[in-house]
Structure formats: C-alpha cells, structure tokens
Design a protein around this ligand. Structure first.
Ligand SMILES: NC(=O)c1ccc[n+]([C@@H]2O[C@H](COP(=O)([O-])OP(=O)(O)OC[C@H]3O[C@@H](n4cnc5c(N)ncnc54)[C@H](O)[C@@H]3O)[C@@H](O)[C@H]2O)c1
Length: 270
C-alpha cells in the first residue's frame, strides 16, 4: 500500500534519542527525507548516518527549540535545502518526576520551555510555509499525563495538555489550508536495547529513565509493570513511531485535531 510519504520531507525535533530516534528511522524507512533538529548534534548525526548507511536520506540541523530564532533558522534552512517541508514532528519534551511542591521553580520553567513553548515556536515557524503551499501535517508528541494527570508530573502534564489544546485551536484556524494537526500520547515508553538509547544526553541521569532499557529492568519488576497495560507489555519507541507514520501519511488526510494514546490500553479516553 502506498502511504504517500515517499520522497517527502519531514522535520523531527529531538530525533537524536529514544522516541525521536525511532520516529526518524521509521519515517526514513518509509522513504521520507528526514531532517533531524536536535540540540545534541552528535547524537542526531549518528541517527542520520545510520539512515544514510541504510540507503535513506537524512540531515541534521543543530537547533534549540526553546529559542525562537534558532527554530526559525532551522525551518528556513530545512525549506531551502530540501525545496520545502511536508511534515513537522514536534517530539522534544522533558520532565523530572517530582511532587509539585518539591520542584524548584526553575524546573517549572524548564518544563514549560521544553514541552510547551518549543511546540508553539515550531508551529509558528512552519505554518506560513504550510499555508503558502496549502499542504502540511503537524504531529505533536504529547503524553497521557496531559490527558489523565499523573503523580509527580503536574507541570509537565499541564504543558502536554497545552500542546493538545494548541493543536485543536490551530486545527480550527488553519486546517482549511489542508493542514492537519494531531497529537500522540505515549505512555511510559522504554527502548528495547542499548542501541536504542542515545549514548549522549544533556539530561544524563535525569528525565525519562535515561540509560534504562527494557532488558535492564529486572524481570519480576517488568512483569509487574506490564500488568498495568491491558495489552500485557510496556510501550517501546517503535510503537510510537508507527503511530507517527500514520499521521504523517495520506491515510490520515481527513483526520485533524485528534489526540491518540499509544499506551497499550493503559489510558482509554473517549
Ligand atoms: N519516554 C517516555 O516514557 C515518554 C512518555 C510520554 C511522553 N513522552 C514524550 O515523548 C517525547 C520524546 O521523549 P523521549 O523519552 O524520547 O526523550 P529523550 O530525552 O530521550 O530525547 C529528547 C531529545 O530531544 C533533544 N532535545 C532536548 N532539548 C532540546 C532542545 N532545547 N532543542 C532541541 N532538541 C532538544 C535531546 O537532545 C534528545 O535527542 C517527549 O515529548 C516526551 O515528553 C515520552
């Protein structure tokens, strides 16, 4: 089946690690030209090198998605280098799990910048281009924390709910220009093996289980955690990437403003 993505250009923010890495590899595998926009240039380059070694097309633009000038420069370069951009995947996000009252104030700011402001900036930078060509797809990586609320993720969850609300409002304003905006909400998503973990991370010990792979979680604990998921296992970055491919493809042309959990049935939201 033709997914209508071959030869199209996609920007993946944060494509150098875990979920973004899997998204980049999966979309490249489907024939897309992948532009990885990541602050960790080396990690992103490793992903691009792998794509090219596998016969695909990829490039890296060092970007800080919390800085609008950096985002606009990245979008302009991606458009100029590739003759346009067809899909934007807003994947960068971050949290450090702590109870609301235990978080230092600066950590709130970091979460707001990385999860919400980054998304606003990337949409702002790409939309004039999508409107001009009357085509575009935006895929936002939100989180179940933004739909259900989660212990120790109050501000992060608020930002991810903000991403969903932004996406719905942009749908009302701009989907008439043949632009779709959809959100994917991963549950806890852990890479399958060391190869799937970025060896370099600006957050090192912090963030989403950095350095933890499914194999490194003791069998007993993994079995216990898996029980929380109706499907019987925890999510992987590849599970998320497959859903992104759907929203990047022509299969989803008439779907916009939607939010989909990819969490093995952990969260069932009407
Ligand atoms: N991993 C999970 O369990 C999980 C669960 C729910 C939602 N999510 C969401 O999925 C997305 C990806 O999560 P992940 O676990 O793969 O994250 P990660 O920390 O492994 O990767 C994030 C990537 O973003 C890059 N990055 C960080 N700051 C940046 C900046 N300022 N500018 C540009 N790039 C920057 C990093 O270098 C890294 O490559 C996030 O939006 C996250 O909120 C993850």
């Amino acid at each position: 089946m033709d997914l209508g993505v071959a030869g199209k250009t996609v920007i993946v923010t944060g494509g150098g690690s875990n979920i973004g890495r899997a998204i980049s590899l999966t979309l490249a595998g489907a024939g897309m030209n992948v532009v990885i926009a990541d602050i960790m240039e080396d990690a992103a380059q490793k992903v691009a090198d792998k794509i090219v070694a596998d016969g695909g097309k990829a490039s890296v633009i060092k970007t800080d998605v919390t800085n609008f000038d950096s985002v606009q420069a990245m979008v302009d370069k991606a458009i100029a280098d590739n003759g346009g951009v067809d899909v934007l995947v807003n994947n960068v996000g971050w949290t450090y799990d702590r109870f609301f009252l235990e978080k230092p104030l600066e950590e709130y700011d970091k979460e707001i910048n990385l999860n919400l402001k980054s998304n606003i900036y990337c949409n702002r930078a790409i939309l004039p281009h999508f409107i001009e060509k009357k085509a575009g797809k935006v895929v936002n990586i939100s989180s179940d924390a933004g739909r259900m609320g989660e212990f120790r993720e109050a501000v992060y969850g608020a930002c991810k709910a903000g991403v969903i609300a932004l996406s719905k409002s942009l749908t009302r304003e701009y989907s008439r220009n043949n632009i779709t905006f959809n959100c994917i909400c991963p549950g806890a998503t852990i890479p399958m093996n060391d190869d799937e973990v970025s060896s370099i991370s600006i957050f090192s010990e912090e963030g989403f289980g950095k350095g933890i792979t499914q194999e490194k979680i003791p069998e007993e604990q993994r079995a216990k955690m898996s029980k929380a998921y109706p499907i019987g296992r925890m999510g992987t970055n590849i599970d998320i990437a497959k859903a992104v491919l759907f929203y990047a493809s022509t299969l989803s042309d008439y779907i916009t403003g939607q939010t989909m959990s990819v969490s093995g049935g952990y969260s069932m939201v009407d």
